[in-house]
Design a binder for this molecule. Structure first.
Ligand SMILES: Nc1ncnc2c1ncn2[C@@H]1O[C@H](COP(=O)(O)OP(=O)(O)O)[C@@H](O)[C@H]1O
Ligand SMILES: [Mg+2]
Length: 371
């Protein structure tokens, strides 16, 4: 892909303003460590919790540690991305205010989760500056970040998803009785979740009506919108999708099943990131052929419905009656070397480094096609 004269410059973005800042740092260490250095030049750019971009040299030290989660901190320098579409280089401003050029980015690789990363905002900057980037664009990112709109679009397209009720902070403050009656209609237990968050942050299971208030407060700590869903009894099965908006062929991985053990009522933040022994992905999931095909077919339909490109992980519930319901769509799924998305690909014959190269290639080809 790269000739000897020019290796594409890949700016890897991580950290950021979302509540998944630390998770993103860990992902970056995995990706930068595995990227094909013969094929690409890498510029590691960390984004602080207040949104300052800076070059991070010691990316390799970022790993999960419950006592000291990794964080990009401000060191007085700043990377300034261009907004013009003329191929201008990134600038680095030092602590004294002097600017130097860091080179023109060929492709951004956002490893940002959640808000300001997975929600279309930073994708807007890439699109403004006419730079290639890994993953989905503004619309798909924004639509799949918001669980209420994700579910609305799927329901309208006939893609099965479990019922839900939207509860905004305003509704809860001004018309509590109607919220309570809508939730009662769903039947207990219910799951309460922020509309735009991730990593199970702010998600809780409500078994009794009296717990609703605290659960909504937990969700509203992450977003002013929450959704409430009846509990689905079934297995959690995920599917990795890889492809391009401009390519008729989509690849879906073997589905993987998440099983959670230990002291977790569901697949919560701790099970995802801290008590790693308590969450296991079995891939290929033990499903009959028809269910496997159904998961893959629905995952591909969801990818297309949202105009995704590059990558997405589609998460489903396979109910006890064998029905497949789509729970959510992640356009920038967890991407550490052990995360479900890369793991499902590895189990389907595509290794981590190859997957990274593939995603960068798709981004470059998409960008050329979009012109
Ligand atoms: N309706 C539901 N029924 C059963 N479990 C649920 C339901 N909604 C969420 N969960 C549990 O909560 C976890 C997190 O919810 P999810 O919608 O995937 O949000 P996030 O974007 O934070 O991953 C799921 O992986 C699952 O374990
Ligand atoms: Mg999830």
């Amino acid at each position: 892909m790269a000739d000897n004269d020019h290796r594409p410059l890949v700016a890897v973005l991580f950290g950021g303003r979302s509540s998944e800042h630390s998770v993103s740092c860990v992902t970056a260490a995995g990706v930068i460590g595995a990227i094909d250095a013969q094929a690409f030049d890498v510029l590691p750019i960390g984004i602080t919790k207040t949104g300052v971009w800076r070059v991070v040299e010691d990316w390799a030290s970022m790993r999960f540690d419950p006592d000291a989660m990794p964080e990009v901190t401000d060191n007085g320098t700043e990377v300034i991305p261009p907004i013009s579409a003329d191929g201008a280089p990134l600038l680095q401003r030092d602590a004294e205010g002097a600017c130097t050029e860091l080179g023109a980015v060929d492709v951004y690789f956002p490893l940002l989760h959640g808000r300001f990363g997975e929600d279309g905002t930073v994708q807007g900057l890439f699109e403004l500056s006419d730079t290639a980037f890994v993953g989905s664009g503004v619309f798909s990112s924004a639509a799949s970040m918001d669980k209420h709109y994700t579910k609305s679009l799927m329901a309208q397209a006939g893609i099965p998803t479990c019922p839900w009720e939207l509860v905004t902070e305003t509704m809860w403050e001004t018309d509590r009785a109607s919220v309570e009656s809508r939730v009662a209609e769903l039947g207990l237990p219910v799951f309460v979740k922020p509309a735009r968050a991730g990593s199970s942050m702010g998600v809780s299971r409500v078994a009794e009506a009296a717990e609703l208030e605290a659960a909504l407060a937990g969700a509203f700590a992450h977003d002013s919108k929450a959704i409430v869903e009846p509990q689905v009894i079934g297995r959690e099965v995920e599917c990795a999708v890889l492809g391009s908006l401009y390519d008729a062929t989509l690849r879906t991985s073997s589905p993987g099943e998440i099983s959670v053990s230990g002291d977790h009522a569901f697949y919560d933040f701790d099970a995802k990131y801290l008590d790693l022994a308590d969450a296991e992905v079995t891939c290929p999931a033990v499903l009959d052929e028809a269910t496997t095909a159904r998961v893959q077919e629905l995952a591909a339909s969801v990818f297309r419905l949202f105009d995704c490109t590059g990558l997405a992980r589609v998460d489903t519930f396979v109910t006890d009656t064998g029905e497949v319901l789509i729970n959510e769509l992640n356009t920038l799924p967890g991407f550490t070397p052990t995360s479900a998305y890369p793991f499902m690909w590895a189990q389907s014959g595509l290794e981590y480094s190859e997957l990274i190269s593939e995603l960068i290639s798709i981004a470059l080809v998409d960008h050329a096609r979009a012109k």
